[in-house]
Design a binder for this molecule. Structure first.
Ligand SMILES: [Zn+2]
Ligand SMILES: [Zn+2]
Ligand SMILES: [Zn+2]
Length: 368
């Protein structure tokens, strides 16, 4: 058990260092083997292309309870030399003792103690704060919507990995349609800022038949974007290491012409303004008896964009529960209940006992 706990805390330091590296454009490999010999391992190998050259930095992450001594720094430097890696960083949240600093200076190894590591991590957060305009906060209700949403026994679903939170850019383009100086309609189109797809639309005034509305995003306009810090997450959705900000792949000019294109055929369309908002999108992978499900939530106003659990696995009807034997979703028609343990079952997994009064049972209760 003690070993397990140590590994956990070690991983935590390794994960933090990896985050720092990724933000600075490095690709990272954990526990990387850098030679043929099995002891040619480094905790993290970060590499980044610089012109035609590849810059490589090796990290040693000390997870022990003591300070790192000069001797350890010396060994690390020797290992780097034999691996042909020029830059090495020794990370030790407990700090460095003895002549470690001296050795590090002499051998050209950089040392990161806890303060240094924290400073690096803060540096990652700072640019996100300043660079991401109009970031919407994650709604308090998001967690409950995501987890057991809409199923009688939704708690049977388990998270199979940490939820992913992405702040994704969306362009909100306001348009106006005129016909000979008369205003016919006023509305907004919402575009995915990464690939430029139309993902929602709404009319504020007038009438239009063929608007591509989904209702997933328009109500985000009613939320005040946060300016100060990265939005606080509800505790149920603690996702420290899985928050990313997707870079915009389309420009405002492209959005303006796409808006005109989308509402064309409607006399004169004018784009009256384009606003960029970063909307929190949470992706969950869930498991039920080996079947996996994905849910995607627009987490600013709590709109489910995608939910694999909402359709019956045996037909196209809306699902009501999860079969606790095979993990498939079931609708009212395909749902059965074990008359002994009351488990939810699908028609395929249910077995019966008795010839006349066929009693529905789960396989476990039938064999008991
Ligand atoms: Zn069904
Ligand atoms: Zn089943
Ligand atoms: Zn049963």
């Amino acid at each position: 058990m003690a070993t397990g706990a140590r590994t956990e805390s070690g991983n935590f330091v390794v994960d933090m260092v990896c985050d720092v590296c990724r933000v600075e454009g490095f690709e990272v490999e954990k526990n990387a083997q850098t030679g043929d010999s099995p002891n040619h391992f480094v905790d993290i190998l970060a590499s980044r292309k610089k012109g035609k050259k590849v810059q490589k930095v090796a990290f040693e992450c000390w997870e022990g309870t003591s300070q790192v001594e000069g001797r350890q720094v010396e060994k690390f430097a020797a290992r780097l030399k034999s691996l042909g890696i020029q830059s090495g960083i020794y990370v030790s949240p407990k700090g460095f003792g003895g002549n470690a600093e001296f050795m590090a200076r002499k051998l050209g190894v950089e040392l990161w103690d806890l303060a240094k590591l924290k400073e690096r991590v803060e540096n990652i957060k700072a640019p996100e704060r300043h660079k991401v305009p109009g970031t919407l906060p994650v709604a308090r209700a998001a967690a409950s919507r995501l987890l057991a949403h809409g199923l009688a026994n939704g708690a049977f679903l388990r998270l199979s990995s940490m939820p992913k939170l992405e702040f994704r850019p969306y362009f909100f383009a306001n348009f106006q349609i005129d016909n000979q100086r008369r205003k016919l309609a006023l509305g907004v189109l919402v575009f995915d800022g990464v690939d430029g797809r139309v993902c929602d639309a709404a009319l504020f005034e007038g009438h239009m038949d063929d608007l591509p509305s989904t209702g997933f995003f328009v109500d985000c306009l009613e939320i005040e974007p946060s300016t100060g810090s990265m939005p606080k997450l509800p505790p149920e959705l603690e996702m420290k290491n899985t928050v990313t900000v997707a870079p915009a792949g389309v420009t405002e000019d492209m959005i303006r012409s796409k808006t005109k294109e989308t509402v064309s055929g409607h006399d004169d369309a004018t784009v009256t303004g384009v606003q960029l908002l970063h909307i929190p999108i949470v992706t969950l992978e869930m498991l039920a008896a080996g079947k996996s499900y994905r849910k995607i939530l627009q987490a600013a106003t709590g709109k489910m964009i995608w939910d694999d659990t909402q359709k019956c696995s045996l037909c196209d009807q809306k699902s009501r529960a999860i079969c606790e034997v095979c993990g498939g979703t079931v609708c009212t028609e395909h749902e059965r209940t074990c008359s002994s343990c009351r488990k939810h079952l699908c028609t395929d997994c249910m077995v019966t006992k008795g010839i006349v009064n066929k009693i529905p049972l789960c396989p476990t209760c039938k064999n008991a």
